[in-house]
Design a protein around this ligand. Sequence first.
Ligand code: AMP
Length: 541
Amino acid sequence: MQGLMQRGELLISGIIRHAARHHGTTEIVSRRDDGRIDRTDYAAIEVRACRLGSALRALGVQPGERVATLAMNSDRHLECYFGISGIGAVCNTINPRLSQDDIAYIAAHAEDALIFADPALLPIVAAVAPKLGGMLRGVVVLAPPAEMPECRLPAGIALHCYETLLAQTAPLPEWPVFDENTAAGLCYTSGTTGRPKGVLYSHRSTLLHAMMMTFADTAGLRAVDRVLPIVPMFHVNAWGLPFSAPMAGATLILPGRQLDPASLLALLNGERATLAGGVPTVWLGILNHLRQSGESFATLRRVMSGGSAFPRALMAEYAARGVHVAHAWGMTESSPVVTWNAPKPATVALDADAQLDQQACQGRTVFGVDVRAVNDAGEVPWDGATQGNLEFRGHWVASAYYRQPETAVGPEGWFPTGDVGVIDAEGFVTLTDRTKDLIKSGGEWISSIAIENIAVAHPDVAEAAAIAVPDAKWGERPLLIVVPREGRSPTPEAIRGFFAGRTPNWSVPDRVIIADSLPHGATGKVLKTELRRRYAAPDAP
Ligand code: AMP
């Protein structure tokens, strides 16, 4: 219709072009392996991403072809995000913490033409490369010539130096324009059961998700923010922060390999981070470090947490240290954010204790996606009590897994998450468990998250995990494994006693095991499969 609004394709290149033009001097900070801090800005990142686009074309990369990264969070990885997707190729971020077998599987399944790898991760590439013969044409080391490591690759796979490639290539004069429904990113699920499955993000889905992350009731990113994604860029695009920060003109602080609590705190404070995103395990480690060292947060005000439940008691401790923790819930399959915990008029009216309860749930559905909980009879009521299997759909939810058309998405697009939860009258979602982690005792469901939340509120407990163990009388009973805080030695009886009055008697764990540590998977989640193998097998101690 004449006079209608203009329409352009929603392309990821538009994000970096905007950042370079309107926030060109905004800083991008990267910590290198030796601890050195390097600084660049959005204007330079765009020029280098344009050079990379040219270089990829010169190496024969075609639109739609997959190009992998095996890298920690850095400016060079950021350039890969924009350079690869910018020419219409697909950036396949691979998690280097997966087994080499899974990494080889992913690179073969994706048919990656090139792999961009950090020098420190090159041994992984060298180990898997022989299994990728025929498809993999080259490996690009994300380093300057002086830092190029020795590496032997099979015949037919070329080794390139990233900085040399960029130096030799003139930047693209402009970003190509193509359909916004073109694939831009490919991320594989962590594969705790079975093989990893690929989720293919489009330019449009990535851009809309990034825009959502600038809403005031989500990450609310602003140009004056300094954002530190601790969540790796190989895990669901670091929750979209590397796209939403340039969209808002916010600084990105990229931590590289040193992800121990002391190094992270030094970077948060030294670089004046205002917002950071990471899984609860990371925040637990930082909190323990603060408790022991007596240090504090200098500028950090907001934390985005997801991947597993952030315990209520720790949220209170963060609040006392001046930091608001916001739960976001989602999955690799949903880009990932689907719910975010921000108040509504009804919840700000609650007393402080009830507000904290509210803050500890997984939040409410953001515009652009929808969530429901279902059981065999259909959608369950929003009463905060009736449990159902959570499903979502929307602009940044997968329609199927990559090259696996049999994905169980319903005709109306509802994606079964495998998470179980309740939704309250205000639309706030509380996750009770992964379907497979729920504990069914005497016909009643026990939420392992609820048990763990109580356990970590005990002053002697640093971390806790609850699993089901088979029981002749009740079917299953909860077993709790706790890791004590540094210098504390709680007894199992004291921990069990702590549950009195906090949860119904029948859901109090029968046994409490005190352990030195818990096993964590490639994305920081507690490996319940491993705990069940150790403690719930018939021959377990
Ligand atoms: P991933 O695809 O690796 O990001 O894992 C997604 C899964 O992590 C979800 O299905 C949930 O089981 C869990 N998860 C994500 N966010 C949260 C959260 N805020 N609280 C509890 N569990 C979460």
